[in-house]
Design a protein around this ligand. Structure first.
Ligand SMILES: C[S@@+](CC[C@H](N)C(=O)[O-])C[C@H]1O[C@@H](n2cnc3c(N)ncnc32)[C@H](O)[C@@H]1O
Length: 203
């Protein structure tokens, strides 16, 4: 993936920071899962997971392909005193090193757009979910107000950001995800696209 790790983390800390608690609340409200095992796919610096750990009793595995990202996540976990309930996991989403039916809640923000084989990733997600488990995956900015604020700030930093971001969550993205989900033989899913982002809910 072409992404400067330290640069992304700087943006997450300086610009994206306010969205994580908002999205964590939305995940809690939508899924109702507050206990058991959670898996964050493409966790980055772990900000979404940390926000979710603060408002639930979940045990969270933070998975990423980048050891550098996981090092940042580990230091953020320690800073928040959450080591007992959170652990990092170096792996690719296309090959999740966890047992079948072992995860109650899967979360993922801003990562799916980088997955090479999304169908394989969906198959893996479906394999590790417990019966009754839920996956909440996609990209977004919490609220319309936050999204506006972030787009304004990001445009100052990167001229192409607006267009690239729109492409990721544009209409064609919905059709692409629907096809991949169906090919992965996932029967119950929701594809939600609104002014704050695009989220897939798998049950
Ligand atoms: C834009 S960042 C988002 C990070 C974090 N979820 C957030 O919202 O702040 C995307 C992350 O996905 C990870 N990633 C990309 N492809 C992946 C894959 N195939 N398996 C696991 N992680 C992946 C990257 O290393 C990166 O940390």
């Amino acid at each position: 993936m072409e992404m400067n790790i330290l640069e992304f983390d700087k943006v997450a800390r300086e610009v994206f920071a306010p969205i994580y608690p908002v999205i964590a609340e939305q995940i809690k409200l939508k899924t109702g899962i507050t206990r058991g095992k959670c898996l964050d796919l493409g966790c980055g610096g772990g900000y979404l997971s940390i926000a979710l750990a603060r408002i639930t009793g979940l045990n969270i595995h933070l998975l990423d392909v980048s050891q550098e990202m996981l090092d940042i996540a580990a230091s953020n976990i320690a800073e928040n005193g959450l080591e007992a309930r959170m652990q990092t996991l170096l792996a690719d989403v296309q090959e999740i090193p966890l047992k079948d039916k072992s995860v109650d809640l899967i979360i993922s923000r801003g990562s799916i757009f980088f997955w090479e084989d999304q169908q394989k990733a969906f198959e893996e997600i479906y394999r590790v979910l417990t019966p009754g488990g839920v996956a909440y995956i996609g990209g977004g900015f919490g609220t319309v107000e936050l999204k506006k604020q972030i787009f304004a700030e990001m445009e100052k930093r990167d001229k192409n950001w607006n267009e690239e971001s729109r492409k990721r969550i544009g209409k064609h993205a919905i059709e692409n995800f629907r096809e991949k989900l169906q090919n992965a033989k996932i029967e119950v899913f929701e594809l939600n696209r609104d002014d704050t982002g695009l989220w897939i809910v798998i049950r």
